[in-house]
Design a protein around this ligand. Sequence first.
Ligand code: ATP
Ligand code: CA
Ligand code: CA
Length: 427
Amino acid sequence: SAFVGNLIGEDHVNYVLMYNMLTGIRIGVSRCQAKMKRPLTPEDFTAKHKYSFDIVGNELTPSARYDFKFKDYAPWVFRELREDYFHLDPADYLLSLTAKYILSELGSPGKSGSFFYFSRDYRFIIKTIHHAEHKYLRSILKDYHAHIKNNPHTLMSRFYGLHRVKLPRGRKIHFVIMNNLFPPHRDIHETYDLKGSAVGREYPEEKAKVNPKATLKDLNWFHRGRMFELGPEKRALFGEQLRRDRDFLCHIGVMDYSLLIGIHNMERGNKDNIREGQLSVFQPNVNTAMRRKPSSIKGGSEAAAMRKAVRRSDPKALTSAVAELPTSDSADRRHFLFYQDEGGLRATDEANDAMDIIYYLGVIDILTPYNTTKKLEHLWRSLTEKDRHMVSCVPPDEYGERFLAFLISFFRDADVTKRPRMELKTK
Ligand code: ATP
Ligand code: CA
Ligand code: CA
C-alpha cells in the first residue's frame, strides 16, 4: 500500500539527496513556468538545463544548504505534458514536491535498486533510475510525447519530469517524477504486479499470509482465482487501451514492464490500517491521523498546512496536521477514463452497473529496452528452461503479445481454453 514508508527528516541518510532533488525541481520547474508558453520545437526534446547550487547563491540560483549540480531535461516537453495532457495544476505540482521534510521513502522494492519516494500528499512518486533508463527515456521522448498526445487515457506511467542531481564527490543520480497509481484516501487490500510470465512470478503464499501488503504476482493472481470484474463497456475500453499501450511499448522496443493493480474492496473500506497500525515506527500516526480528521485538509487549508510544514525545520516536530493526507482523489484524475472513479476504475457487472471493488491500475516500469544484456539472458535461459516462452525475458514483440494475452484471458468473457499455458505450470 502507498502508506508504507518512512518520512524523511534531517536525520535520514538520504536527506541531503532529497533536499537537493526538491530544491532543483523547485528552481527548474518555476524557471520554465515563469516564461510564456510556446509551441515545442525539435530542440526542446534534447534540451538540458544546468544549475549549479551552492551556499552563496548566484543570479541564476538562490543560495542552497548544500553544494550540488542539477540538470533539468527537456523542461518544455514535460511542462506541456503536465499542463496539456496530464491536467496538472503547476502550483499544485510545485507545492506537492517542494515541501521538504515531508516526503516519505518506500525504499527499494524492486530488484533494480531504484529508490522510490512519495510526495507528502502521495500524489507523486520520485523514482531513481539507472543511467541506461535515463538515456533511453530521452531517446524515446518524442515518441512518448506523441503517444500521450494521441492517447489521453493511456494506462502507462505518466512522466512529469526527468532530472539529475550531481553530488560534490561526483555521484550522479538520475530520477523521474511520475504518478502514484494508488490513492491517498483508499486502502489497497491486495496488490498485484502482472507480467504474463510464470517463471519466478509467485510470491510465496505462506509469506503473503503474514504480510498482506506484499506485492503479489501472476501465479498468485491465477491461484486466487482473480478476474477483471468489468462489464462489457469497461471491458471493451480497458482492453482497447491496453492493446494500444502494448503496441506502443513493442514499437519502442521495451520489455519487462508490468500491470500494477491495487484492489480496494469497498465493503472492507478503510478500517484495516487503523486496526493493524501498519505504519513504520518512524511515523506511526500518519494514517490514523488522517482518518481521525477526514475533512480538515481540503482546499486552502491544505496549502496553509503545507506552508506551515515547510517553515518548520525540526522533522521531529511533524504533527498530525502536517502528516494528514488528502481525503479525496486529485482533480486531474477526473479527466482520465480509468482513473475517474474515486481515482481508479470501479468494477461493473454484466449490466454495466457498479460493483463494490475499485481497481487502481497502470502499466509501470516501461524503460527497459531489450538490450544486449537482456538478449544474453534470454539466450542463456532458453538453453536451461524447458519452455523459453515462459521466462520473463523475451524480445519485445513476444513480451507484449504474451502480456496482453495473459491479461485479456482474465476478462469475464474470455475463452479460458485459450489462456496462455502458464496455468499448466503450477505446482
Ligand atoms: P524491477 O526492475 O526489479 O522490477 P524497479 O526498481 O524497476 O524493479 P518497479 O517495477 O518500477 O521497480 O516498481 C516496483 C514496485 O514499486 C511496484 O511493484 C509497486 O509496488 C511500486 N510502484 C512502482 N511504480 C508505482 C506507481 N506508479 N504507483 C504505485 N506504486 C508503484
Ligand atoms: Ca518491475
Ligand atoms: Ca525495472
